[in-house]
Design a protein around this ligand. Structure first.
Ligand code: ADP
Ligand code: MG
Ligand code: ZN
Length: 482
């Protein structure tokens, strides 16, 4: 049977505000000691009262505007009750029936096609604390005991929910990537997937092609890279397909992506499904968002990825392929534009970024913002090539060295005594020597064996230890032999 895949995403984004959602505690605690950034409010002490963070509301509206959502005139917070020790209050302040943003959509480019993915809602809540399970497995199952860290409890968290419009793992990955890109451009979160400030849960089900009803879904969590999202969904499609084909049923449950073993594992089943008993948060008043305020916010929105892409195509006259790559993240686009400030050939910049730079970043598993090769380094290298000081081949070696040491290309060229002989007289002298010593090859070439030229070029390069400008060597050899 042919199945159709149905996917909907729930993405949590920690906002990059100075303070937490309902108290004055700092949010800048990553890798600090546990339970330092806490106060009676985010520890849920009796009698403490929450005060909403205006900046967080502003950031949520900005995300909604960027996703073409409808921004609520009237909105409120609700209590989501649950019993789990990662929240000291035993409830999380969230939004239930009146979220800040509803509806909207995002266009996603996948394999040359554009797909419109509808947004269900964008709401604001507070993040939970973190549990650390002590024991051999490091997981809750079989742990000897668990420790709790409330530093993260109360950090502003935006949840973006999509309609079940996504049809392939590629689309899910592309959606998550573009959303991250948009949020980075808005400057409202650092969107660091490894640190957990951008977390994507995927709901997935299969149904017979043409069916109207949705199949039973599973929800997959714990994917901390885009590749993991894609891999987990591919795995889940196969798992569900096998169940359906053998006449079994898919159980509605939450599953955990196990990146080490490339599988999803059942975390909790429907039997344990939560009843959150939402009710309006009595310690907070509801809010009216004025239309003027929203209009003003609209005016402050920065250039977003689609607009940037269009501008790059127009200004730099690059191909769609290049531009897609250069605008795939904010850091990538910023890097490129920084290079263009001191170097005018955009195509050469783009080639080097897509080639050597990407290759080294991937191999070292680094992000472009962590690269020791900064725009300054990259431009200096391009200029050294343009000036004929080093060959394209030498540039590769220099690039590797810059990447590893962070030294400027000029310094490396000097230290290694790298230089390219581009002086015609010098090359003519060496070519003459080579021709003199290789009479046989010269005869062969003249009798029509064109490929002997390569051998002769090789001899010149050997004599100069690779430093002769290959184009010049070629030109001069051909002239001499004709
Ligand atoms: P839940 O109550 O389990 O959280 P929701 O209806 O709130 O489910 O939907 C959560 C997410 O799951 C949304 O992104 C939605 O698009 C997606 N979703 C809902 N039903 C399905 C389904 N049958 N298959 C795949 N995704 C689904
Ligand atoms: Mg849900
Ligand atoms: Zn606090």
């Amino acid at each position: 049977m042919d199945y159709e895949v149905v996917i909907g995403l729930e993405i949590h984004v920690e906002l990059d505000t100075e303070s937490k959602m309902f108290c004055g505690c700092s949010t800048k605690f990553f890798s600090e000691e546990p339970n330092i950034f806490t106060c009676p409010v985010c520890l849920g002490m009796p009698g403490s009262l929450p005060v909403p963070n205006e900046k967080a509301i502003e950031y949520t509206v900005k995300i909604g505007l960027a996703l073409n959502s409808k921004i609520a005139s009237f909105t409120k917070f609700d209590r989501k009750n649950y019993f789990y020790p990662d929240m000291p209050k035993d409830y999380q302040i969230s939004q239930y029936d009146l979220p800040i943003c509803e509806g909207g959509s995002m266009d996603v480019e996948v394999n040359g096609f554009t797909r419109k993915i509808s947004i269900t809602r964008v709401h604001l809540e507070e993040d939970t604390g973190k549990l650390i399970h002590i024991g051999e497995s490091g997981r809750i199952g079989g742990a000897d005991y668990s420790l709790v860290d409330f530093n993260r409890a109360g950090v502003p968290l935006v949840e973006i929910v999509t309609e079940p419009d996504i049809r392939t793992p590629d689309e899910a990955k592309a959606f998550a990537q573009k959303l991250k890109n948009i949020i980075e451009h808005l400057g409202v979160s650092d969107c660091d997937m490894e640190k957990g400030s951008f977390r994507c849960d995927a709901n997935i089900s299969l149904r017979p092609k043409g069916a109207k009803e949705h199949g039973t879904k599973s929800e997959v969590k714990n994917m901390n890279s885009f590749r993991a999202i894609q891999k987990a969904l591919i795995y889940e499609i196969e798992r569900q397909r096998e169940l359906l084909e053998t006449g079994e049923r898919v159980v509605q449950e939450t599953r955990h992506w196990d990146a080490a073993n490339n599988i999803t594992m059942s975390l909790r089943s429907k039997e344990e499904a939560h009843d959150y008993r939402y009710f309006p948060e009595p310690d907070l008043v509801s809010m009216e968002l004025s239309r003027e305020w929203i209009e003003d916010l609209k005016k402050t929105l920065p250039e977003l990825p689609d607009a940037r892409k269009k501008r790059f195509m127009e200004i730099y006259k690059l191909s769609v392929y290049d531009v897609e790559f250069l605008t795939s993240s904010k850091a990538m686009g910023d890097y490129f534009e920084e290079c263009t400030k001191s170097y005018s050939d955009a195509k050469k910049i783009s080639n080097l970024m897509m080639g050597e730079l990407s290759m080294h970043l991937n191999a070292a598993n680094l992000k472009i913002e962590e690269s020791a090769v900064t725009p300054k380094h990259l431009v200096q290298l391009l200029k050294l090539i343009d000036d004929g000081q080093i060959s394209g081949k030498m540039a590769k070696d220099v690039f590797k060295e810059v990447f590893e040491t962070g030294k400027l290309p000029k310094i490396i060229v000097e230290e290694k005594g790298l230089f390219q002989i581009s002086d015609e007289g010098e090359i003519v002298r060496i070519v003459d020597m080579v021709l003199e010593e290789n009479q046989k090859a010269v005869e062969e070439y003249k009798s029509g064996k064109g490929r002997t030229l390569g051998f002769l070029v090789g001899q010149v390069m050997k004599l100069t230890k690779g430093s002769a400008n290959p184009q010049l060597v070629n030109k001069i050899l051909k002239k001499k032999l004709s």
